[in-house]
Design a protein around this ligand. Structure first.
Ligand code: UD1
Ligand code: MG
Length: 455
């Protein structure tokens, strides 16, 4: 059966006190509305419709073709918001799932259960409710003697008796599409606020003798809506807990989940251990049996298996297996460390490939370079890749020994087995198996590779 979701996202979100539309505030690295869309995708099977209003342009730009959008202007309440989707959906039948876009903790499975409830319901719609001792200003559910919903009473009009009701309106509904659109037209303007309330759809159904079903949600935390930044932090913490638990149940050790920040979409393999104060952002993929942190920040990076990364920062980087990195290493965009690379403290690598077994133990800068396997980069080595206008490339062969404090003035090529003396400023290409030294560096003598290796 066709199920189409409508997400309401036109409200101003005044209490966020922000330039950014409420639904674009990030939670674990993705906008609030991304989470809402993920959830409805599990319950619906048509492209969702998002009702936008405040900040419509920004929200529409963000959504791209992940959703259809309709504009609600002016914003005259939640029923009025749904009505804006009528030109797209009226007459298309099926079920219509309506959710508010500011409830990012609602799970897809919960919405799918709501849809199932409505499939079995002969009445016009079903809705989600939750029992909570803290009513958070939610509408109260008034049930009739046979258990069906009789009314949703908003807090500000509720009697003292009604205010004591602990069953609350979550704000997710599944409607019979054939019934919905005419029913919306029958909802009257709320006399107190001058808005059209979707919650009054209950009254429309009850008046005509039709039954509204309520599906009670098990986990009350799913119903934490975001109206202020205090709620935003609450939701972020809950989402973080959820994501962290998922990784732990998948076989990842988090020494201290509370101080471990893992964004949605990050992948981590089994038996990887994450020490506290570690932040994993964006499209990061981490293999098995790694030890990461403490105090490590990784963004949009790929890490193989059995790596050790201590107190380091990396972005847009790729580590192959068995890399040993840190403390205090920094990898920037395009850094690629091959197998068994060792990168010690205070190094920076950008747009460079350090092939298997390269050693770079202490404070060095490597940018725009290709460093051959088993090469040793002495302490303080710098690729002088920028002449003030352009970036230039440095190519270093295999088995090269770069002496401490060498300046490699790019563009430059050093052949396999070459060697530089401490403090050399290398401005000209160095042939294979040649020792250069001095400022500027000059060839001193030819080297015998095997001899040098054993020396
Ligand atoms: C609503 C419910 C309340 C429920 C609560 C749960 C109504 C009348 N009340 O109250 O029963 O317990 O949610 O969170 O529905 N929106 C529009 N256009 C509008 C107005 C709102 O798109 O003209 C959107 C908002 O962006 C938001 C959602 O609808 O995403 C809910 O609106 P909001 O004003 O937050 O309703 P609540 O007062 O929270
Ligand atoms: Mg709200």
């Amino acid at each position: 059966m066709k199920v189409t979701a409508i997400l309401l996202a036109a409200g101003q979100g005044t209490r966020m006190k922000s330039q950014l539309p409420k639904v674009l505030h990030p939670i674990l690295g993705q906008p609030m509305i991304w989470h809402a869309l993920e959830a409805v995708r599990q319950a619906a099977n048509e492209t969702p419709v998002v009702v936008v209003g405040h900040g419509a342009e920004k929200v529409t730009d963000y959504l791209g073709d992940s959703a259809r959008t309709v504009v609600q202007d002016p914003q005259l309440g939640t029923a009025h918001a749904v009505m804006q989707a009528a030109p797209l959906l009226r007459g298309t039948g099926g079920l219509v799932l309506v959710c508010y876009a500011d409830m990012p903790l609602l799970r897809g499975e919960t919405l799918a259960r709501l849809v199932e409830t409505q499939k079995r319901n002969s009445g016009p719609f079903s809705m989600l409710t939750v029992f909570n001792d803290d009513p958070r200003g939610f509408g109260r559910i008034v049930r009739g003697p046979n258990g069906t919903v009789q009314a949703i009473v908003e807090e500000y009009v509720a009697t003292e008796e009604q205010k004591k009701i602990r069953e609350l309106n979550v704000g997710a509904y599944c409607f019979n599409g054939d019934w919905l659109w005419d029913a919306l037209n029958r909802i009257e303007k709320n006399p107190h606020k001058g808005e059209y309330y979707l919650t009054d759809a209950v009254e429309v159904a009850v008046k005509t003798g039709l039954a509204v079903q309520a599906e009670v949600m098990e986990d009350a935390r799913e119903a934490i809506g975001v109206n202020t930044r205090v709620h935003l932090a609450e939701v972020e913490a809950e989402m973080r807990k959820r994501v962290n638990e998922m990784h732990m149940l998948n076989g990842v050790t988090l020494i201290d989940p509370v101080s471990t920040y893992i964004e949605v979409g990050v992948k981590i393999g089994r038996d990887t251990v994450i020490w506290p104060n570690t932040y994993l952002h964006g499209k990061t993929e981490i293999g098995e049996e790694n030890v990461i942190g403490p105090n490590t920040i990784i963004r949009d990076s790929k890490i193989g298996n059995r790596c050790k990364i201590l107190a380091s920062v990396m972005e847009g980087a790729w580590l192959e297996d068995d890399v040993d990195m840190g403390p205090f290493a920094r990898l920037r965009k395009g850094a690629h460390l091959g197998k068994h690379v060792h990168m010690g403290n205070f190094g920076e690598v950008k747009d460079s490939y350090l092939h298997d077994g390269v050693k770079m133990g202490h404070f060095s800068y490597i940018g725009n370079a290709d460093i051959g396997a088993e090469t040793n980069i002495g302490a303080g080595t710098i690729t002088c890749n920028y002449d003030g206008e352009k970036k230039h490339f440095t190519t270093i062969g295999e088995d090269v020994f770069i002496g401490s404090d060498t300046m490699l003035v790019a563009p430059l090529t050093l052949g396999d087995g070459a060697r530089t003396g401490a403090g050399a400023v290398v401005t000209k290409d160095v042939p294979a198996d040649t020792l250069v030294a001095g400022v500027p560096a000059r060839a001193i003598r030819k080297l015998e590779r095997a001899k040098r290796r054993n020396a």
